[in-house]
Design a protein around this ligand. Structure first.
Ligand code: HEM
Length: 339
């Protein structure tokens, strides 16, 4: 068999362990595939979506109910976006729980973290584009959080929403970030991340002299496994998209009147819960920022995984990093569930 374009994206052979499901969970690869699905379905939605206050929610109804296959495309876009956040979080946890962030992969860990933040921002900006009554908490409370930042808060707020008050300019700004700004950044960092995976020697393993398992597989086998994962994920996505429609509520009429039961998008419910505890700057900005900084310094300031333990689950040598990530993840999960 002659190698095609996709085979050439990989080295001729790789250690078998680098492509074992039970090691990588396939999460990084699945995240790449979901990102591609999002690009294609998002581009299709752009043919009908209208980014104005008066027509945004209406145009999404049109896509969902009137455009041939529009509902399917929108549901695929929605579900791929939700799954992406979960899969990237799983990938992050896997990288920490297998000590895969040690040099030379420290910088790539930071690139990954930036991609995680970009995925959350893409999900958030996409959610705002609905401009229906369901997004009011995120729009009003979320953007007002910026104002609580000392000195620069007010200017940041105006910059983000495109003026002193929420309106058409806000929607255009979110649209531009969603379809150009964030996508451009995510594409550059995403390609860089993948390039670094390859340049750093693929998925993390101990040096060859400390490896017990010397089995290798060819790139043909690797691509076969990738195609299998894609088929599996596509089937799951199609099932979700066919049976669970993406939400859309009536358009926003009065932006200032948010009723008591409006909710944040699911990935920010933990922040909404914390905001009930007091100072919005502390709970809504400083605490999430502190969590991010904690994650970012793991490869630089925490005890490093021992060489022979890299790539095995739960190495003893980097227990502290595992505990920190487990505590952060559990806190986010519990706060999300009780909100
Ligand atoms: C959209 C987001 C992301 C995509 C598409 C992505 C994609 C990938 C892929 C395809 C790999 C190859 C191995 C694998 O499949 O596990 C990989 C490896 C890696 N990723 Fe990510 N990643 C993302 C986010 C992250 C995050 C959030 C982190 C951690 C903060 C991270 C850190 C790493 C590291 C250190 C490696 C190399 C070490 C290893 O795999 O053992 N990535 N990534």
């Amino acid at each position: 068999m002659r190698p095609n374009f996709f085979h050439h994206l990989h080295p001729p052979t790789i250690p078998a362990k680098q492509s074992r499901w039970r090691y990588t969970l396939g999460a990084g690869g699945i995240a790449v595939f979901l990102s591609l699905v999002l690009l294609v379905t998002g581009a299709l939605e752009m043919f009908y979506y209208i980014p104005t206050q008066a027509e945004a929610a209406q145009s999404i109804q049109t896509i969902s109910y009137l455009v041939p296959f529009g509902g399917l495309v929108r549901n695929l876009h929605f579900w791929a976006a939700q799954l992406l956040l979960i899969v990237v979080a799983v990938h992050l946890v896997r990288v920490v729980f297998t000590g895969a962030y040690t040099p030379p992969r420290r910088f790539n860990y930071l690139l990954g973290l930036a991609l995680f933040i970009l995925s959350i921002l893409l999900d958030f900006t996409g959610y705002i584009l609905r401009w229906d009554q369901g997004i009011q908490w995120a729009l009003v409370v979320g953007t007002n959080l910026l104002k609580t930042i000392p000195w620069i808060g007010e200017s940041l707020y105006r910059l983000l929403i495109g003026g002193a008050e929420l309106g058409d300019a806000t929607l255009i700004r979110f649209y531009a970030w969603h379809i150009v700004g964030l996508i451009l950044l995510a594409s550059i960092l995403g390609i860089w991340h993948l390039f670094r995976v390859r340049r750093d020697g693929g998925v993390a393993l101990p040096p060859p002299n400390l490896r017990a398992d010397h089995e290798r597989i060819s790139r043909f086998e690797l691509v076969r496994r990738e195609v299998l994962a894609m088929i599996f994920v596509s089937a799951a996505l199609l099932l979700l998209a066919a049976f669970v429609p993406a939400p859309i509520a009536p358009p926003i009429t009065e932006l200032t009147a948010i009723s008591g039961d409006v909710r944040a998008p699911w990935f920010f419910l933990w922040v909404q819960e914390m905001l009930k505890w007091g100072d919005p700057f502390f709970w809504g900005i400083l605490v999430p920022l502190f969590m991010l900084v904690l994650l970012a310094i793991i490869p630089y300031f925490f005890p490093q995984p021992a060489e022979h333990e890299i790539g095995s689950w739960f190495p003893k040598s980097n227990r502290l990093a595992q505990i920190v990530v487990a505590v952060l993840a559990s806190a986010v999960l519990v706060l999300t569930l009780i909100e």
